[in-house]
Design a protein around this ligand. Structure first.
Ligand SMILES: [Zn+2]
Length: 293
């Protein structure tokens, strides 16, 4: 059942759980994510990251995602991740996406406000939800493609400069009317090269100023306790990709090694299904933690 981001996050916020958002740059990943959510009977978000246009274009993958969400047995939102332009956001809305992220977080505060406001105006008139980002979410040099980067704590004078400012967050949300806000508190897109040091209290500080659904980017690679605390403090959407796609890769490596040992022929269509199964198990694990199942 295709639903908007707003519908999903309002329920999540009320009941204190988080909805997993997974980038799905091919059919196998999208099918795996939907199947995992159906098995656990939890809502889910499938997302197309604009940078994944290199893997598959929005024009080709978008309609497949919308179709899979429509026929899903659980509430499913189709979301554009890190939309960098007006064009990309409008194109996604046109394809039937029920949510877009407009990311102008690298621009000045005023530019971010003004550009996001324009997107919100169009999106809301079409019944589409909008996520925006304020602050600087780090990006690893390995597998962090959807963010801008590499970008680390060392690129800022202090962590306070990098993390989301609670007063600005309040002003940003009031002026733009976004449905969800991605906030920065130390998470990293891609593979964590060092143990993450998170300022989980920052979420509470932002929430005390403006109480809307918050989004955690760079969600894979954290401990269960860190996820739980983040959710408890107000995170309602968790973007999770890197460790899921690594799990799919590992399944394929194991499968190919096994087939080689047995001296059997490897077919590509089998590899795709093996990857799908590995991804599904990893997503189920993540969804179990996010939804407190
Ligand atoms: Zn992100």
């Amino acid at each position: 059942m295709l639903v908007t981001l707003k519908e999903l996050l309002v329920d999540a916020k009320e009941k204190k759980y988080a909805v997993g958002s997974f980038n799905t740059p091919n059919l196998e990943t999208a099918s795996a994510v939907i199947a995992a959510a159906e098995e656990l009977n939890v809502p889910v978000i499938i997302a197309h990251a604009e940078v994944h246009n290199d893997l598959i274009s929005l024009n080709v993958m978008g309609p497949i995602m919308v179709q899979l969400a429509k026929q899903a047995k659980v509430p499913a939102c189709v979301h554009l991740d890190h939309g960098s332009s007006f064009d990309a956001c409008v194109k996604a809305m046109h394809l039937g996406f029920t949510s877009v992220m407009y990311d102008a977080s690298a621009k000045s505060f005023e530019e971010n406000v003004n550009e996001t406001k324009e997107i919100v105006k169009i999106a809301h008139s079409l019944g589409v939800s909008v996520e925006a980002e304020l602050g600087h979410i780090f990006t690893s040099s390995i597998g962090g493609g959807e963010g801008r980067g590499p970008l680390g704590a060392e690129d800022f004078n202090s962590l306070d400069d990098a993390y989301t400012n609670p007063d600005l967050a309040k002003e940003f949300v009031e002026r733009t009317q976004v449905d969800a806000l991605a906030i920065a508190f130390g998470t990293t897109h891609g593979v964590y090269l060092t143990k993450p040091e998170l300022d989980l209290n920052r979420i509470t500080e932002v929430k005390n100023k403006i109480d809307i659904p918050f989004v955690m980017h760079g969600g894979s690679g954290l401990s269960e306790a860190e996820f739980k605390e983040a959710i408890n403090n107000g995170i309602t959407k968790i973007n999770y990709f890197t460790y899921m796609t690594m799990a799919g890769g590992k399944s394929v490596v194991d499968f190919v090694q096994d087939m080689k040992e047995k001296n059997e022929t490897v077919f590509f269509h089998d590899i795709a299904l093996v990857a799908e199964a590995g991804i599904k198990e990893n997503v189920k694990e993540a969804l179990r933690v996010f939804s407190n199942r």
